[in-house]
Design a protein around this ligand. Structure first.
Ligand SMILES: [Fe+2]
Ligand SMILES: [Fe+2]
Length: 392
């Protein structure tokens, strides 16, 4: 396809994400979770299960190495975490606030809330809000982990390479363990679950519905897991609660492998794709990035508190802690997209690539040269590190 043909088939922001202005609060809030009471949700996955008769193990050495690593770094969510720890959810909120707003002594934010439902709020109300937010955040981690469980089971079926099937099978076990430990933490240490966020569910549905095996990788391994790795890293740094800290440390050591699996596999596959095929991947990455950003408005929390959040959004957007958190969430995604060639694929000579411009619009392009996650998993393997210490 010639460059001109690609240009004419390009979709606008409106066609990709349903709105032209990224910050259109009304459009973001119009997407809601529809059926909160159902216990199951069916999505058609539109894919053939692929057998391969090429059993040559190690034909892709980097994937084979990852598979061997995964086998030796398994852990047990029931017995390797200190579940007897007494957890104080209020303490967690205060620590999070102190980390995101250095120097702040109060949970009451420094900006003007006059004329909003928050005008009369004091320390107690913000503490209650913080606990809801924490609960919502960890619940979305849990739902995202189930998304990863289903996606990697799908990858086992659809990827045509034996080394990738082997590796993905280990990831299925990892993701089962992650769903298990987040659910247990919410049920036994916090106040139970929030339903899946509307934007996260929409994204997970889009990823599962796509028939192309590499889109499962891009959506899950690069975008959702890249964001999770950054979010877990921030939470791990800011919490001193020993159970959550250890849980996140072990989950991250698995997640670093998962993102590496995505980067290593797609790097090979994208080398064969045409400019128009790469453009579809760029658009999918952008759509995923926007859905994940929208999810951090945490609209279900405001609904539960029976507060109309729309008039609050301009105020919430001034919160420096929130701005920093939202940007840092993309600190793994942007360098990984760069490594895959997605930032600048199809760029006119001397010009910027389409995805680079979108990430500029989202104010996250500054992360492009941070470490990518192709090799980071060795350094993040906390399970192996603990075993080496215990055996020394
Ligand atoms: Fe996971
Ligand atoms: Fe994962």
């Amino acid at each position: 396809m010639a460059i001109d043909d690609i240009r004419s088939s390009m979709r606008s922001n409106e066609e990709i994400i349903g709105r032209s202005d990224l910050d259109d609060a009304e459009a973001i809030l119009a997407i809601t979770t529809l059926d909160e009471t159902a216990t199951v949700h069916a999505v058609a996955d539109h894919a053939d299960a692929i057998f391969t008769w090429d059993y040559e193990k190690g034909a892709r050495p980097a994937l084979s190495k990852l598979y061997e690593k995964a086998k030796t770094s398994q852990w047990n969510g029931e017995t390797d975490l200190p579940w007897d720890t007494a957890v104080d959810p209020e303490q967690a909120v205060r620590e999070q606030n102190a980390a995101m707003n250095p120097g702040a002594e109060s949970l009451v934010p420094p900006f003007d809330t006059t004329g909003t439902p928050l005008a009369s709020w004091g320390e107690a109300e913000y503490l209650a809000l913080g606990m809801e937010m924490q609960n919502h955040l960890l619940s979305q981690f849990m739902h995202g982990e189930q998304g990863a469980l289903l996606c990697t089971a799908k990858i086992v079926e659809t990827v045509p390479w034996i080394d990738a099937k082997y590796y993905a099978a280990t990831q299925v076990v990892d993701e089962a363990r992650h769903v298990e430990v987040f659910a247990k933490y919410l049920d036994t240490k916090l106040a139970g679950h929030y339903p899946v966020n509307a934007h996260l569910r929409m994204l997970l549905d889009d990823i599962i519905e796509d028939s192309r095996w590499d889109m499962t990788y891009l959506g899950m391994q690069i975008m959702v897991e890249g964001l999770a790795l950054a979010a877990f890293g921030m939470m791990h740094q800011t919490t001193s609660e020993p159970l959550l800290k250890q849980l996140l440390r072990y989950v991250m050591s698995d997640e670093a492998r998962h993102v590496a699996f995505g980067v290593l596999s797609l790097k090979e596959y994208y080398a064969e794709l045409s400019a128009s095929e790469l453009r579809e991947r760029q658009e999918f990455a952008f759509e995923a990035a926007v859905r994940m950003r929208d999810r951090f408005l945490q609209q279900e929390v405001w609904q539960r508190l029976d507060i109309d959040v729309a008039p609050l959004i301009p105020i919430l957007r001034q919160d420096p802690g929130r701005i920093l958190f939202q940007q840092l969430l993309f600190s793994k995604i942007v360098p990984n997209c760069k490594k895959l060639g997605l930032l600048d694929a199809g760029a006119p000579a001397g010009g910027k690539g389409w995805l680079r411009e979108r990430f500029e619009e989202m104010d996250v392009i500054q992360f492009e040269d941070m470490v990518d996650t192709g090799e980071e998993y060795e350094a993040l393997d906390a399970v192996a590190a603990d075993r080496a210490t215990a055996g020394a």
